[in-house]
Design a protein around this ligand. Sequence first.
Ligand SMILES: *[C@@H]1O[C@H](CO)[C@@H](O)[C@H](O)[C@H]1NC(C)=O
Ligand SMILES: *[C@@H]1O[C@H](CO)[C@@H](O)[C@H](O)[C@H]1NC(C)=O
Ligand SMILES: *[C@@H]1O[C@H](CO)[C@@H](O)[C@H](O)[C@H]1NC(C)=O
Ligand SMILES: *[C@@H]1O[C@H](CO)[C@@H](O)[C@H](O)[C@H]1NC(C)=O
Length: 556
Amino acid sequence: MEKLRFGLVLMVLCLSTSLVKGGDPTVTFEWKVTYGTISPLGVPQQVILINDKFPGPVINGTSNNNIVVNVFNQLDEPFLFTWNGIQQRKNSWQEGTLGTNCPIPPGGNFTYHFQVKDQIGTFFYYPTTALHRAAGGYGGLSVHSRALIPIPFDINPADEFFVLVSDWYTKSHTQLRKFLDSGRSMGRPDGVIINGKGGNGDGKDEPMFSMTPGKTYRYRFCNAGNKDSINVRIQGHTMKLVEIEGSHVVQNMYDSLDIHLGQCVSVLVTADKDPKDYLLVASTRFTKEPHTATSIIRYTNGKGPASPELPKAPIGWAWSLNQFRSFRWNLTASAARPNPQGSYHYGQINITRTIKLVNTAGTVDGKLRYAFNGISHVNPTTPIKLAEYYGVEDKVFKYDLMKDEYEPPAGKAEEKITLAPNVVKVIYRNYVEIIFENHEKSVQSFHLAGYSFFAVAIEPGKWTPEKRKNYNLLDAVSRNTIQVYPNSWAAIMTTLDNAGLWNLRSNSLERQYLGQQLYFSALSPKRDLKDEYNMPDNDVLCGIIKDMPLPKPYSV
Ligand SMILES: *[C@@H]1O[C@H](CO)[C@@H](O)[C@H](O)[C@H]1NC(C)=O
Ligand SMILES: *[C@@H]1O[C@H](CO)[C@@H](O)[C@H](O)[C@H]1NC(C)=O
Ligand SMILES: *[C@@H]1O[C@H](CO)[C@@H](O)[C@H](O)[C@H]1NC(C)=O
Ligand SMILES: *[C@@H]1O[C@H](CO)[C@@H](O)[C@H](O)[C@H]1NC(C)=O
């Protein structure tokens, strides 16, 4: 007992010194998560608020900042946040998915502690429990370069704005969940919102953004939605793309940008047009009847309303694929560190494993399910990460039920879908290639937690090893989400150099909820504290490990 307590104290000490790095400032938040009634689409409905606001507060950080967020769950259900795109180095304890964490019970609180280590860029956070994201509870998270690291812009932006766009349902998340739990689909969203508001271009909304003539602003866009890709554009203005999900990119000008589910980009916009109002337009893509929302950008010396004529959205996905191909890593620009991004030659590393994931839809006992390679993930009541830490994984799940390759049955034959925790064991520090093959008619979007990856190709058709000759092995963008067009494939490459348990998921809320996700388990072979932190002492415990004695901690 005494020994155990001593171990505990040691563990706490290690944790606090390793997490709060000397000299790196700490940014602290206290968040109250509640339900509230607001009307994003003009219809009053239940929305998840953070400190009485939707969207929640922007976390405005700088590389290597320590972020501390004490979350008070005042909902009537268990709750978790994830920090989409933050790599949580050695620290999947803070990932906030149901595979890594026990949810915060109603009335309880939990303090996330994490460092935005060696990252810059545009990210967002959102709830991962139940179907809470459909009710809001999301917000922006930006990470600025440290003062000494050069930024690849000629002009320092006068200000910056977060623009969280999403499709939106007027039904509550509990109603939507009832549909999914009873085997049906969530159906189509009812509209689109920009920062929680569904402006309709009638010029009567309050301006959302303000620009001083002659100045340049950074707009950070993320698609925090549930189902649809969204195109964004600004009347009369072009956008200079500067960053995608943590990478500085070659700065091309765009009239509009497709932002697929879960994706973030940032652009520079210069206020150099006639002084009046302009509309920022967000509309759904690849849907029969697109939904559109607008918000007003006002010039500070503005004289007059915005034109009612909205710039048109592009049509079809070939346009979108071409746009993807125009995105290039700026090899000479720095990101979070002083060395140029291009000094990492990802194209010269040998692949040690190829995992091909086919997204599928089907039914199990008459209920709609989604899967990767025939496995539809279910979360065990004991989180996978905790089961591994306590050494009781064989009581909770089985590793490697899923094969690295898969061919769904041809024609009308029904696919056999297995419901089980989908946990793939990977070797820490391996360099892997992941192929997403989409045989469906809809555009998909996938996110990998814990790493950024090189998005080396998207092409129509099926993937074969010969397609590797088409990969961009020079200046593909390092990012954390990728879209896959209908009957197409996408390839990503990454080094699994972050020990922990990491979620790979469909960004479609419905697909994610109904099983299209998996976890990569990259364990430190020797439970080495240099590879991975110990479970934090404030971690919420649940399931079979709840009352078990603490296991031997990781050590140096
Ligand atoms: C966010 O942080 C940056 C860099 O520290 C700063 O320039 C900017 O004013 C901050 N923005 C807000 C809204 O606090
Ligand atoms: C809950 O909040 C209290 C008060 O701020 C804090 O002392 C405590 O550490 C928090 N609990 C957890 C599990 O983070
Ligand atoms: C790439 O980054 C460099 C270095 O910061 C910058 O000078 C250059 O303008 C950028 N190039 C493009 C094409 O965006
Ligand atoms: C990659 O593999 C090739 C062929 O097997 C080998 O010649 C080469 O040395 C390897 N490169 C690295 C960096 O390991």
